[in-house]
Design a protein around this ligand. Structure first.
Ligand code: NAD
Ligand code: MG
Length: 416
């Protein structure tokens, strides 16, 4: 047991505090006001919710989007609150750098979470990582920075948290040990619910409305990850996230559909053992695991009723229907430039779907068109040693994806 956790409260920054992961994190913090002190939070443009959180938690620092800064300051004043207010990406970086913060919860959605995650890794913070996109785009930089600074990255994506829990302690502490023969680690198995279209046809997927696509059978999550779950791009992103977190190539990581969402992932060992982590589909469990690590805390999460579980189902994914899985494997093999392309094209395409400009199945098609683009592919062998290079590639991909979508929606043409 590490004693430092109880000598004084753990001092946290929650980046993305107004989202779904933010909600679940704050629910745990409310249970343990003596153990966890919320020093800083960010909420981008959701300032009504952010104001309520400021009233409740009295953070010292708050970050909002630049366009909401003036209104937010004014409304804080009216409430008689005076935290230091920051804005934009610089503000997020400043929060991730605060000396009075030990732990950063990285719960921003999308590429917007990259810079602050990297800053936290460079500065040796303990990182509770939900923002998978930062590892997809820049896993090599984030993991190397964490290794140099001694930053501990604890995954709170439920599958990665499950795998983390099923690994030997020495591998948890240093992912290079995963290759030590004595541990006998053979394959990681990422489970996937299969999303809302598992038993639907491709044609039904094509016709899906936004609300059809957002509705998830087992989890309640933010909009973007809900769409990613419907296309299974979420599992593709998680595959790349797992490669970085656990230091394995993509062919050592399998994806299996498990519609029950009870087994959150598994580690297969050479002696025939599979270790799995099970639990109700509730993000408070992996978040609490990471908050309390290496200890355990009560969460109030409904425990599994094993007697009520009549069966556990496992199904091989249909790669013709869930093309995103193939694209993600390709990107994982091809390297950073392809992963940045996969992620950026997906973000732009998901936004276009939510804008009703394209249909659900177009998302993977647009990602594939970007991955196949000759001009972008010329950069796939670049080293991407700086954040600037990564952001510049991300921008180029976004422009390409936008121009494909503009062309399609202007001419009302079929995408292929
Ligand atoms: P969400 O949409 O509910 O919340 C996103 C948060 O990010 C909000 O606080 C929002 O204000 C902030 N944000 C959005 N755009 C921003 C920008 N441009 N700059 C700064 N902040 C911005 O999303 P979520 O479901 O909580 O997911 C957050 C991250 O966690 C994602 O990377 C997702 O893949 C991952 N994740 C989520 C779940 C889940 O159950 N929701 C599970 C595993 C992993
Ligand atoms: Mg997940």
């Amino acid at each position: 047991m590490s004693e430092w956790q109880y000598e004084r409260p753990q001092r946290l920054a929650v980046l993305g505090a107004t989202g779904s992961i933010g909600d679940s994190t704050l629910e745990i913090l409310r249970l343990y006001p003596d153990r966890y002190r919320l020093v800083a939070l960010s909420g981008h443009s959701r300032i009504d919710k952010l104001l309520l959180l400021c009233q409740e938690f009295r953070p010292e620092f708050v970050c909002v989007s630049k366009d909401k800064l003036a209104e937010f300051r004014q409304r804080l004043k009216e409430l008689g609150l005076s935290p230091t207010v920051l804005s934009g990406d610089d503000g997020l970086d400043a929060i991730a750098s605060l000396p009075q913060v030990d732990t950063v919860v990285a719960a921003i959605v999308g590429a917007a979470g990259l810079s602050s995650t990297l800053t936290a890794a460079r500065l040796g913070k303990r990182i509770l990582l939900a923002n998978k996109e930062s590892l997809v785009m820049a896993g090599h930089l984030v993991m190397a920075a964490a290794r140099r600074s001694g930053s501990v990255i604890l995954p709170i994506d439920s599958e990665h948290n499950a795998i983390f829990q099923c690994l030997p302690k020495s591998v948890q502490m240093d992912n290079r040990c995963i290759h030590d023969e004595c541990h006998g680690i053979q394959t990681l198995w990422l489970t996937a619910s299969g999303g809302g279209f598992l038993h639907k046809s491709i044609d039904e997927m094509k016709k899906a409305s936004i609300s059809d696509a957002i509705r998830h059978p087992n989890w309640s999550m933010g909009q973007k990850i809900s769409i990613d779950s419907a296309t299974m791009m979420n599992k593709g992103l998680e595959l790349i996230e797992a490669c970085h977190l656990f230091n394995l190539p993509e062919d050592r990581i399998q994806i299996v559909i498990h519609p029950n969402s009870v087994v959150h992932s598994l580690v297969q060992y050479v002696d025939g053992s599979f270790l799995a982590q099970l639990g109700s589909p509730d993000m408070r469990t992996p978040i609490a695991h990471a908050l309390a690590y290496p200890n355990r805390i009560d969460t109030g999460v409904q425990p599994l009723d094993l007697y009520a579980l009549s069966h556990l189902n496992f199904i091989k994914p249909d790669l013709e229907k869930f093309v995103a899985l193939k694209l993600a494997r390709f990107a994982a093999r091809r390297g950073t430039g392809a992963c940045i392309t996969l992620n950026a094209a997906n973000e732009v395409a998901v936004a276009a779907f939510l804008d009703e400009r394209i249909c659900l199945t177009d998302i993977a098609t647009i990602v594939k068109m970007c991955l196949d683009d000759d001009a972008l592919a010329m950069c796939y062998d670049d080293d991407f040693t700086t954040l600037e290079e990564i952001i510049s590639m991300d921008k180029r991909v976004r422009q390409r994806a936008c121009s494909i979508i503009d062309r399609v929606s202007m001419n009302d043409e079929d995408i292929q």
